[in-house]
Design a protein around this ligand. Structure first.
Ligand code: IGP
Length: 256
């Protein structure tokens, strides 16, 4: 069984529990913050900076981070959006982290989780997400379409994550306007920026916002992907380990 299979098995349990315990509170106000508009217009590489305590591939990264302070520091250093890993069993994040971050910053917030059911989308919105992640490798074509349409109906944006040509085609058929090319294979953990170089060419980057995800450490890394129409990068570990965030942001926010 791959790690992705294990995670999805856990998610099924989580969804069963959620269905028994979570109800939507329709009195919670929602304020839209568009990642698409912000990123599509920018003339510098946009950074989605991630709150990531731990991961199955890297182990503990920064277990005791205060998500509020970290997010605030990301915002002042030049982040265009914040990603909050909310998966608990494998990444040690929480929905409370998402809420805390949402209260602290004015940027679009991505709920980074393995979404397989509508109820997780309701919960993400209620905790303050503006954008949700749908991972093509984790869903059937039908479920991908259903969850995508459901989220759009709630006025959320959707980052559709792909790792190969076939998944990219599915994302496009779904109607995705924000596509994340994950350089990390979620089944083997292998990271290779060549994945973005290979896939980005088949996307019309005037209509679709292209994000490259995982494995960014240096200006050179970003330079490799920007030629291909990529307007944003998703950076976790490098941000969580940075001792000088301003310096890290300046190095990665190359001119487009
Ligand atoms: O820490 P990195 O290598 O900068 O990667 C960040 C982000 O791309 C990664 O956390 C990620 C991309 N897609 C995911 C799906 C689920 C969990 C995590 C992820």
């Amino acid at each position: 069984m791959t790690i992705l299979d294990q995670i999805l098995q856990e998610k099924e349990k989580e969804v069963r529990h959620l269905k028994a315990t979570f109800t939507v509170d329709s009195t919670v106000p929602y304020q839209k913050r568009s990642l698409f508009d912000r990123f599509q217009q920018s003339d510098r590489m946009n950074i989605i900076a991630e709150i990531k305590r731990s991961s199955p591939s890297r182990g503990i990264i920064n277990q005791n981070v205060d998500p509020r302070n970290q997010a605030k520091d990301y915002e002042t250093s030049g982040a265009g959006a914040i990603s909050v890993l909310t998966d608990e069993p494998f990444f040690k994040g929480t929905m409370e982290d998402l809420r805390a971050v949402r209260e602290e910053v004015n940027l679009p917030i991505l709920c980074k989780d393995f979404i397989i059911d509508e109820i997780q989308i309701n919960r993400a919105k209620q905790y303050g997400a503006n954008v949700i992640l749908l991972i093509v490798a984790a869903l059937s074509k039908e479920r991908l379409q259903a969850l995508f349409t459901y989220a759009r109906g709630l006025d959320l944006e959707v980052l559709v994550e792909v790792h190969n040509e076939q998944e990219l085609e599915l994302a496009q058929e779904t109607g995705a306007t924000i596509i994340g090319i994950n350089n990390r294979n979620l089944k083997t953990f292998e990271v290779d920026l060549a994945i973005t170089e290979r896939l980005a060419g088949s996307v019309n980057s005037n209509e679709t916002l292209l994000i490259s995800e995982s494995g960014f450490r240096s200006t050179e890394d970003v330079a490799r992907v920007k030629q291909n129409g990529v307007k944003g990068i998703l950076v976790g570990e490098t941000m969580m380990r940075s001792e000088n965030l301003q310096h890290t942001f300046d190095a990665l926010r190359v001119n487009l």
